[in-house]
Every structure is written in structure tokens, then in C-alpha cells.
Design a protein around this ligand. Sequence first.
Ligand SMILES: CC(C)(COP(=O)(O)OP(=O)(O)OC[C@H]1O[C@@H](n2cnc3c(N)ncnc32)[C@H](O)[C@@H]1OP(=O)(O)O)[C@@H](O)C(=O)NCCC(=O)NCCS
Length: 256
Amino acid sequence: MMDVFWLEQSEADLPAENDWLSASERLRLDGMRFAKRHADWRLGRWTAKHALAAYLHLPSHPQDLAGIEIRSAPSGAPEVFIANQPAGVAISLSHRGGVAACAVTLSGAQVGCDLEIVEPRCDAFIADYFATEEQELIERTSAADRSLLLALLWSGKESALKVLRAGLTLDTRSVTVRPVAPALHGDGRAQAPALAAPGSYAPKAWQPLQVVYEGEQVFHGWWQNTGDLLRTMVASPRPAAPISLEAAALSARCAS
Ligand SMILES: CC(C)(COP(=O)(O)OP(=O)(O)OC[C@H]1O[C@@H](n2cnc3c(N)ncnc32)[C@H](O)[C@@H]1OP(=O)(O)O)[C@@H](O)C(=O)NCCC(=O)NCCS
């Protein structure tokens, strides 16, 4: 299975200065008129640059980070350049509620990540955006677990739409998310999804999921809920559970 690395940063981690952005990134930031977009974009770039520095074992002084650029393809998908050359890595970004996440893996792989807040959603949202199989799963889920399930299904869709580099230009019903019981994970069959009740699995443990695109292409991924945020990651080739870059950096420091 492929390794995917994960880093999260929050507003509190951000410095006031912008000297860690390249000149063209600073220009782009200056052109953002909406405060939320400005803040999200800045936090996303900060998180991605630190994730890339850790993954590629590069220094992370502001002038070094300024040489790592995350540009947007015409689709909106992030692409990494170092000293103006494609960096040979694949990343995905998400921002939600003052937190940004970056997933990093090998060049040539496809990866998507997403953060969501677990909150109640209305019936019209379910009817409009979810596939029939997902709606049936929502029906079968207790009221207590429904908000968690909705956040998980929605976030899994966004991660998959990022893997496909399509975003919301695709119909959200073309991707069906299946939370998979960990014990059953691995045989590739479409299993009856078993969603654990929020208190019944280890906090912070990543749980497997599958996403089926257009009824035939199967992607594998993971989800995690820590109460404040729900995270998903989907990738191809099939990924192992995300590895925290903070923990990886810490164990490297301890070993040296
Ligand atoms: C991709 C999308 C589903 C993410 O939605 P979201 O949950 O609101 O936002 P998130 O914070 O989770 O993710 C945003 C990040 O997804 C990434 N992204 C955007 N479009 C993407 C795509 N087509 N494929 C892969 N990743 C994409 C970007 O890195 C973006 O952050 P950035 O703009 O700061 O670099 C949504 O933005 C979308 O579909 N957009 C439509 C595509 C679009 O508008 N394209 C024109 C862009 S110029």
C-alpha cells in the first residue's frame, strides 16, 4: 500500500509576516478581496509548504519555504514547484474552521483530502447531493450518528472529487462513499457498510472507506473523527492510513 503523509496547521501557527511566500504568491494573496478566502488560502499555503519541507527533508526557514510554491492548475488542483521546477510530489489541500490539512504522496499518484465539521444538515441536502445507496445508509443510521455519517459521506465525496481533479464540476451523486468495517476491509467487495457509533472506536483512529465512481471505479481511503473535525483522505494507488508528519519529524529527531 502507498504511504500518504498528513499535516494540519491552525491560524495560531501562522506568523504575521508573509516572507515565507514567493513574490508571485504574495501578489496573488494581495489580489484576494474576501477576508475568508485570504485567510484560508494563506493557511493552506503555510500548511502545504511545511508538509513538503518535512516530506522532502528540506529546511523550513522563511526563505526556504518561499522557494516551495503551490500553484493552482486551471481545474483549481494544487501543483508543487520548487525553484520553479515541478517538484515530483502529489498533494491535496483542505481548509475548514481555521484549520488546514495537507496530504502529500509520490508524484504520479492521485490524492484528495478534506476536512469537515460535524453538524446537522437538512433533508433537502441529503435528497439533492447523495446517491441512492448513501441515502439508504443514512435512513438506517440512528439520529445520534446521523450528523457524523453525513459529514463522513460528504467529506469522502470531496476527497474523491479532488482525486479525480474535478471538484464540484462533477455531480456529487457520481461518487458513492462506503464506510467499511475495519475487520472486513481488504477483500475489495462492496460490503454492507458498518458505521461504528461515535463512542465505540478508538478516538483518533483512522477508519477505512471506499468510494465508487460511476458505479465501477473503486478508490480506497480513510476517515477520522476527533470531535472537532472529521477528516477524509482518498488516493490511488490504494493508500495505507495517513502518517502524521509531525509524529514522523518527532521520531526522526528522537532517533538522531
Ligand atoms: C474542490 C472543491 C470540491 C473543494 O471544496 P471545499 O470543500 O469548499 O474546499 P476545501 O478547502 O476542502 O478545498 C479547497 C482546495 O481544494 C483544491 N482544489 C480545488 N479544485 C480542485 C480540483 N479540481 N481538484 C483537486 N483539488 C482541487 C485546492 O487546493 C483548494 O485550495 P486552494 O484553492 O487554496 O489551493 C471545490 O472548491 C470545487 O469543486 N471547486 C470547483 C472547481 C473550480 O471552481 N475550479 C475553478 C478554480 S479556478
